[in-house]
Ligand binder design. Structure first.
Ligand code: FRU
Length: 480
């Protein structure tokens, strides 16, 4: 049998839905088996959102990288994912790596990195393909190798249009000092030409930049990328690798990102990497990978034969150089209205409510006398804590109360004067939290030992002036 037998693999996936294991999520995209990572090829075509993602259908290791595909009209009803593209010739024999999607004359096309290693040397090629009848037909290679002066770490093209022309931006590593950067290519009559690096004021900034996106927000350009090799700091960069952005003005003439902000992370949780943005109908929609490279040991579902999920879709807005992320409005349709629990109290130090098998929590807290507030998800004797320290103006996410999987604390600055606003989506293992109306977001995976519904507890070290909020049970995604 061929290594990647599409028919057999698709059947096996179909048989795996609905997802059964108790650590499988209800409203986060994942696969019944294999390892998934980066969202790829996000496009809107034919009235549907197309979502591809990296997938190893053959095991839970980072190899055999294929693309899986699903589609949705509403981010609630999804097609059962299928194997869309797999290593099949000498160019991509070592993996169909990440890339993007675009619509050309009504046809959905993808652009991806062919990963190929010969005697340990990487020969990355960038290739187009057309998505037809459930799979990608591989077509022309537009850039056959890395650019001169860069190492084989040269991947993850993201296509964009400016001045009536097409460009793509790609992650790279400089040969001279093995530092990370991004390059831009421009399409012309003679093919795709390298315009060079995007100049910026970040200085030396890690050894590799993966998965760049270039997205317009009004008159601003936002360069999203995933730098590797940055040192941890007191309030940020606490994961092994980062996913963040700079906002500014990109000049394609001088290849300069002008007047850009500092580098900011898109997510402050433990499990977020390689996001991709789709611009559609004035919205900037983001999916991220809920996982982290080189940390497979922190994810115990490996023993069950599957690993990782994608985030829910998020909508991004840029305000004063900062990206606000909120769950896409479609997620409201998952709310099961009749389950709504209202919380409304004054002058209290503690409140507790049972949660559902999949919940959304809205919390609006007027902090009053409280100097420290703890919002806990209690899974019996295990817990995931969000601790707000008002004096330090910091939020800490503490996963040390969980016995399985990754642990540790992530701490970041969060300016809340008197009011704290939290929106938390609690799926079976995926938790996504949005702070102060999306000013910060955090993706966290927890693997509770017992199959029980968590309880929400809010405790304060002084009287809170008021707490109001709501809890809904959330429905799961539907697959057909
Ligand atoms: C990021 C990444 C990309 C690469 C892909 C391979 O997670 O390393 O740079 O294209 O994963 O799966």
């Amino acid at each position: 049998m061929e290594k990647f037998d599409k028919k057999a693999i698709d059947e096996q996936v179909r048989a795996g839905f609905p997802l059964e294991h108790r650590w499988h999520n209800k409203f986060h995209l994942e696969m019944p088996f294999g390892l998934i990572n980066d969202p790829n090829g996000l496009t809107f075509s034919d009235g549907k959102y197309h979502i591809f993602f990296q997938w190893n259908p053959l095991g839970c290791e980072h190899k055999n990288k294929c693309w899986a595909h699903t589609e949705t009209r509403d981010f609630i009803h999804y097609a059962v994912p299928q194997l869309a593209m797999w290593p099949s010739d000498e160019h991509d024999k070592d993996g169909c790596y990440s890339g993007c999607g675009t619509v050309e004359d009504g046809q959905l096309r993808v652009l991806y990195t062919c990963n190929r290693k010969e005697d340990g040397v990487r020969i990355p090629a960038q290739r187009f393909g057309s998505y037809k009848g459930g799979q990608v037909k591989k077509e022309e290679i537009i850039v056959a190798d890395k650019a001169e002066g860069y190492t084989g770490h040269f991947r993850d093209p993201y296509i964009f249009t400016r001045r009536g022309k097409r460009y793509f931006i790609i992650g790279a590593q400089r040969e001279a000092d093995e530092t990370g950067t991004v390059l831009i290519y421009e399409e012309g009559a003679e093919g795709w030409k390298c315009l060079g690096e995007v100049k910026n004021r970040l200085g030396e900034f890690g050894y590799m930049w993966e998965c760049p996106n270039l997205v317009q927000f009004g008159s601003y350009d936002v360069l999203i990328f995933c730098p590797q090799g940055l040192d941890e700091r007191a309030f940020d960069r606490q994961n092994i690798y980062q996913a963040g952005y700079i906002a500014g003005h990109l000049s394609l003439d001088s290849m300069d990102m002008m007047q850009h902000t500092k580098f900011q992370e898109l997510d402050k949780g433990f499990d977020f990497y390689a996001p991709q943005v789709l611009s559609h109908e004035g919205r900037q929609l983001l999916f991220g990978w809920m996982g982290m490279p080189d940390k497979d040991g922190e994810y115990p579902t490996k023993e069950q034969g599957w690993m990782y999920s994608l985030t829910m879709p998020r909508e991004l807005r840029l305000r004063q150089g900062h990206i606000y992320s909120r769950p896409a409005r479609e997620m409201k349709d998952l709310r099961i209205q009749e389950t709504a629990v209202e919380m409304e109290s004054e002058a209290l130090t503690e409140i507790a409510r049972p949660l559902f098998d999949g919940s959304e929590i809205l919390l609006d807290i007027e902090m009053g006398e409280a100097k420290e507030l703890v919002v806990a998800l209690k899974y019996g004797t295990e817990s995931l804590l969000f601790i707000y320290d008002r004096r330090e103006q910091t939020m800490s996410i503490d996963r040390n109360g969980m016995r399985n999987g990754g642990r540790g604390i992530r701490r970041f600055k969060l300016f809340a004067d008197t009011k704290l606003f939290l929106q938390i989506f609690v799926d079976k293992t995926a938790v996504e939290a949005f702070f102060q109306h999306g000013e910060e977001a955090a993706s966290i995976l927890v693997f509770p030992e017992k199959n029980i519904q968590p309880e929400l507890q809010v405790t304060a070290d002084g009287e809170m002036m008021s707490l109001s909020g709501k809890i809904w049970e959330l429905d799961g995604y539907w697959y057909r």
